[in-house]
Design a protein around this ligand. Structure first.
Ligand code: GAP
Length: 437
């Protein structure tokens, strides 16, 4: 399983999904950059989530709040206090921090120095606003995007003329000074969250909690996650986030075991009542504080789960007709709408001008509609493999019959079946297959 992990990491780098940040300086602090394929895939994930929330459901509208907010927000939310801190020990000589469990004989595991008493280390990332670096100018990069939603709960309700229950969806960056970032893009210091906050009457909170949990599980099933690799875990009180009355983690079986990909939380009146108290701005609705049901998932963590789910090795390859038969083949069986590239266009032969000319025309035709690339190097078998390795669902090949019939062969990644489609119909064909339109 660990082996699969390193193979996915290597594929991500080799094919341009994910690069370590600041690589020429040796990388930086669990930060990662998303390459040409990574950014397409992230955009696809975000679009699917956004459509699911705002188009499929009634009464869920969008928001894009700022990353920087008044530090009082974080005071009220509980993130600056014990609620959002890891308990760690620090080595008195090298100053490195460790979980208490990792310490043997009271010595630092790295330099054998003396270990200090356990302390809580806050995960908020501090920064300064304006030219003077003092207490008054200190603020924080947001640790969860939903606080911006709470700040705008009343604005949104008013301008959209909403009544409870309703929801606000948001996608954006969040930052955490994670003490033990690890497992590639699973736990990072800078990441993106997709969060939906559902405001409702406390009496209906349990009902909506169940409803959104089921909705989220359906969404994962639609994305192609196998039932066996997905599970839910009700988080016991002593492990729950400080704001949660009830918490269910949706977990996926990564190559390193089952881990959380999404949290569904009943936050009760924690946020609106605390913000009312700290700001002295009352946010009650019809005499009560609405309860909040939250669904929260990280874009990169989901991307990693999708890659893990899709990564398939076929010993000896799937093709029986080409010279590359004996090699191992990698196929990313990604959901077609998640795949970063939708179409690859190949002339059967590189040195036949009629073929390359028509292939280029085909590429020009599909490119404005679907993320596509043109490839004329190597045998056709190799080109299919390069496409399969990044999950391209459709490969269009132009052969000698194409010249006569003005058509292309569409080869499906999943079935490897080939179908001849008139060039004049290709956009319609792909739209129908991808979006059913
Ligand atoms: N507003 C609720 C909240 O932030 P959370 O369980 O702390 O809840 C929600 O985070 C999701 O955000 C997680 O399930 C995970 O997908 C993602 N996430 C959290 N911390 C992360 C990190 N350090 N790196 C990548 N993703 C992270």
């Amino acid at each position: 399983m660990e082996d699969t992990f390193s193979k996915i990491v290597s594929l991500c780098k080799r094919r341009g999904f994910v690069f370590p940040s600041s690589e020429i300086y040796g990388g930086f602090s669990s930060c990662y950059d998303f390459g040409p394929l990574g950014v397409e895939m992230k955009n696809n994930i975000k679009k699917l989530w956004w459509n699911e929330m705002t188009k499929k459901h009634d009464s869920i509208v969008g928001l894009d709040a700022s990353i920087l907010m008044s530090p009082l927000v974080w005071q009220a939310s509980g993130h600056l206090t014990a609620g959002f801190a890891d308990e760690l020990v620090e080595c008195k000589s090298c100053k490195k921090r460790f979980k208490l469990d990792d310490i043997k004989n009271g010595k630092c595991p790295e330099c054998k120095g003396e270990i200090g008493a356990p302390r809580k280390f806050n995960l908020m990332m501090k920064t300064f606003i304006g030219p003077v670096e003092d207490e008054a100018s200190t603020t924080y990069l947001r640790a969860e995007t939903c606080q911006g939603i709470y700040m705008n709960f009343e604005n949104v309700m008013r301008v959209m003329r909403l009544k409870l229950p309703f929801g606000i969806a948001q996608i954006g960056k969040a930052f955490r000074n994670e003490v033990t970032p690890r497992d590639f893009i699973f736990r990072m210091r800078e990441f993106e969250q997709m969060e939906m906050q559902w405001f409702c009457n406390p009496k209906e909170a349990d009902k909506y909690f169940e409803y959104f949990k089921e909705e989220r599980l359906k969404w994962y099933a639609d994305l192609g996650f196998s039932k066996k690799k997905l599970r839910t875990r009700e988080v016991p009180a002593d492990e729950r986030a400080h704001y949660a009355r009830k918490q269910i983690d949706i977990e996926y079986e990564f190559p390193f075991g089952f881990r959380e990909i999404e949290g569904v939380h009943n936050r009760g009146d924690w946020d609106l009542s605390n913000h009312s108290k700290y700001s002295r701005h009352e946010m009650k609705y019809e005499g009560y504080y609405p309860y909040i049901i939250e669904t929260s998932v990280g874009v990169e963590r989901l991307l990693f789960a999708l890659l893990s789910q899709a990564y398939t090795e076929v010993k000896g390859g799937r093709t029986e007709t080409t010279e590359s038969t004996k090699e191992q083949e990698i196929v990313l069986n990604l959901h077609k709408l998640v795949s970063p590239v939708k179409v690859a266009v190949f002339p059967l032969l590189k040195n036949k001008e009629e073929l390359t000319k028509m292939a280029e025309e085909t590429y020009r035709l599909v490119k404005p509609n679907f993320v596509s690339y043109y490839d004329e190097t190597g045998s056709i078998g190799r080109r299919y493999r390069r496409a399969d390795e990044i999950g391209v669902p459709y490969a269009l090949t132009i052969d000698f019959d194409s010249l006569k019939n003005k058509d292309v062969t569409v080869r499906s990644r999943d079935t490897m079946k080939q179908e001849r489609v008139p060039l004049s119909n290709i956009i319609e064909y792909l739209n129908k297959d991808l979006y059913n339109v």
